[in-house]
Design a protein around this ligand. Structure first.
Ligand code: SF4
Length: 191
């Protein structure tokens, strides 16, 4: 059976609409997505089925170019996750639970000014153009719906090499992160 290529981030993230109930699910990865579906079906007295296989089958039907037969796949190192893939995965996690509200304009401007001077600023590329377009359009929609304007430093910001986040996006997010060795000046470390 063809399966998702683990080296490619799904263009629309880890999503599934359950044909049994019509319920939509968004996961942080395939296992999380399958677990959510299983929990939902159990809680609602529905046949559990094989959620992981169903997700893979549905995804490969929608995105055949992102799938391959594992017996024929050229070997791909899953651990070689690029910064671009980390960025896209971070965006998916940000919106996985619920649409959070961006922080206020002043806070985002102050954070953006710190990021712009930070040595962790790194150019990033997604695995495909559609991922970049999806990240940009989610950010634009998110800020527009909350009536926020892009920060003055937006054009200068790249990705954070330490955290795998797109900085013109992350400065708006109210999100706890672990200390992963960011510079002490990082606004993420401020309590
Ligand atoms: S380490 Fe902190 S300040 Fe530096 S780019 Fe990352 S988020 Fe911004």
């Amino acid at each position: 059976m063809v399966q998702p290529n683990p080296a490619l981030y799904p263009p629309l993230g880890y999503v599934f609409t359950d044909p049994q109930s019509g319920q939509d699910f968004v996961g942080t990865d395939w296992d999380d997505l399958a677990q959510q579906i299983e929990n939902y079906r159990r809680a609602n007295g529905l046949p559990v089925g094989k959620p992981l296989e169903e997700c893979h089958r549905d995804y490969c039907r929608r995105h055949p170019r992102f799938c391959a037969d594992p017996r024929r796949r050229v070997s791909v190192s899953v651990s070689s996750t690029s910064l671009g893939q980390r960025v896209v995965a971070w965006v998916a996690r940000l919106f996985a639970a619920a649409m959070p509200l961006p922080v206020d304009q002043q806070t985002a401007e102050a954070r953006a000014a710190i990021c712009a001077r930070c040595p962790q600023q790194t150019e990033w590329r997604a695995s495909c153009g559609c991922s970049i377009a999806a990240v940009k359009s989610m950010k634009r929609e998110w800020l527009r719906s909350a009536k926020r304007k892009p920060t003055k430093k937006t054009e200068e910001l790249k990705a954070c090499g330490a955290l795998g986040e797109e900085c013109s996006f992350s400065v708006w997010a109210e999100q706890k992160v672990k200390d992963t060795g960011q510079p002490r000046s990082c606004w993420r470390l401020v309590k």
